[in-house]
Design a protein around this ligand. Structure first.
Ligand code: GCO
Ligand code: MG
Length: 404
């Protein structure tokens, strides 16, 4: 029973923030959706898809999901990287969506069915100072959160990753150039333990706390931070160093028992292999969209399972409700799925991408609609066209560029 792809269209829109959406239509009239958003480089993925890949998809059998993945990955010769892998990721999730609609089953059922009642999540609490952060933590507790990521301002710094004056934090700025911020690692490392001590004292032992260092520290600074926050019993400490130098994680690992999470910018299983096989991390953070879709993420999660590592996928506002759906379906059906980041969306994003998945009381449910269960309001998307937007650039106090 085979079908045929007749069309693959790319929609670039900006309902409050930019998204790249792929829509695949089959001869039988089944429509599958995929997310291909790479924050700050959206048009590169849109062109990769529209100019190079969409024409190749026409006439292929949408049921040959793994073969199409291999054809696009190996067949391109030039492989890996966020642009290529997000494009493949979008196609892969659209094909799983089509398969689910064809079978009249939700994708989690195609992946083996539920292994848990609900998908646990963590959200973001932030404040410029400790009292403001404690208020934000209260708001999360009131909504039933059991896991909370906490980020705060740092005395002496006027911009800090993860903290915003606006209650809806959005790191990508809609402007012609990236904004810039200065970072003082010593001030940061001195301040974070005070913040975590205050939050731990407030919430007691039963609430799980997380923190994201966002790739800024040297191995020695990262090890010092991981060690000094040990008393506050973090659920995880994320992205302590830039991910390229993977041996650095061994240094941090040897210095403390604070659980480590990394990998939101990784694209393939080969980026994850060393850290997982050497048990240098506790959670792998790859996003379904940026790591080649459901088919490839399953392999990453399986490798992680063998080595006692759990999945803790990236879920900020730049992962669209379509990619989040793919992640929720995987979370419901993957045994070593630990937690899903859920930052939430502006109301307009929920309206532009009506979805069967739901969030309540700290957990996500995939819903039972066939496929991924997400639709698009095309009118709303075209009413909000792409707007140039960039993630910030960070510099050390001496002006030299640092990982943001
Ligand atoms: C996270 C991330 C994000 C990224 C953003 C970049 O853990 O949620 O670090 O906040 O900075 O997704 O596009
Ligand atoms: Mg992060």
């Amino acid at each position: 029973m085979s079908d045929r792809i007749v069309k693959a269209e790319v929609l670039v829109s900006s309902p409050t923030r930019n998204f790249v959406t792929l829509r695949i239509t089959t001869a039988d009239g089944i429509v599958g959706l995929g997310d291909a958003t790479v924050n700050g480089r959206e048009l590169a993925v849109a062109s990769y898809l529209a100019d190079h890949v969409a024409p190749l998809l026409v006439d292929l059998d949408p049921g040959r999901i793994e073969d199409i993945w291999q054809y696009l990955y190996r067949g391109a010769y030039w492989r890996r990287g966020p642009v290529t892998m997000a494009a493949i990721g979008a196609i892969d999730m659209a094909l799983w969506d089509i398969l689910g609609k064809r079978a009249n089953l939700p994708v989690y059922q195609l992946l083996g069915g539920r292994v848990r009642d609900a998908v646990p999540t963590y959200g973001h609490a932030f404040g410029w100072d400790i009292p403001a952060l404690l208020d934000a933590v209260d708001a999360h507790l009131a909504k039933g959160a059991k896991h909370i990521r906490v980020q705060s301002g740092v005395p002496g710094l006027d911009k800090v990753y993860g903290v915003s004056k606006d209650p809806n934090y959005e790191p990508a700025g809609r402007a012609a150039r990236p904004s810039e911020e200065r970072f003082d690692a010593d001030a940061y490392i001195r301040h974070v333990p005070k913040v975590l001590a205050a939050v731990r004292e407030k919430v007691g032992d039963d609430v799980h706390l997380l923190h994201d260092a966002h790739h800024r520290l040297t191995p020695t600074q990262a090890a010092r931070l991981a060690k000094s926050v040990e008393p506050f019993n973090l659920f995880w400490l994320e992205d302590v160093t830039p991910a390229e130098d993977q041996e650095a994680m061994r240094f941090v690992r040897n210095a403390s028992t604070t659980p480590l999470a990394i990998g939101e910018v990784f694209n393939t299983i080969w980026d994850c292999q060393y850290l997982i096989e050497n048990r240098l991390i506790d959670y792998i953070r790859t996003a379904v969209v940026h790591a080649g879709g459901i088919s490839h993420s399953r392999k990453i999660y399986a490798l992680a399972e063998v080595h006692g590592v759990k999945a803790g996928p990236h879920g900020p506002s730049d992962i669209s409700p379509i990619a989040l759906a793919a992640s929720i379906h995987m979370g419901a059906s993957t045994h070593n799925f630990g937690i899903q980041e859920y930052m939430g969306y502006a109301d307009l994003v929920h309206e532009a991408f009506p979805h069967a998945w739901s969030y309540d009381d700290g957990v996500l449910q995939p819903g039972d609609a066939p496929g991924l269960g997400v639709d698009i309001d095309e009118g709303l998307l075209s009413a909000h066209p792409y707007t140039t937007a960039y993630l910030p650039v960070a510099r050390r106090m001496d002006g030299s560029v640092l990982d943001w």
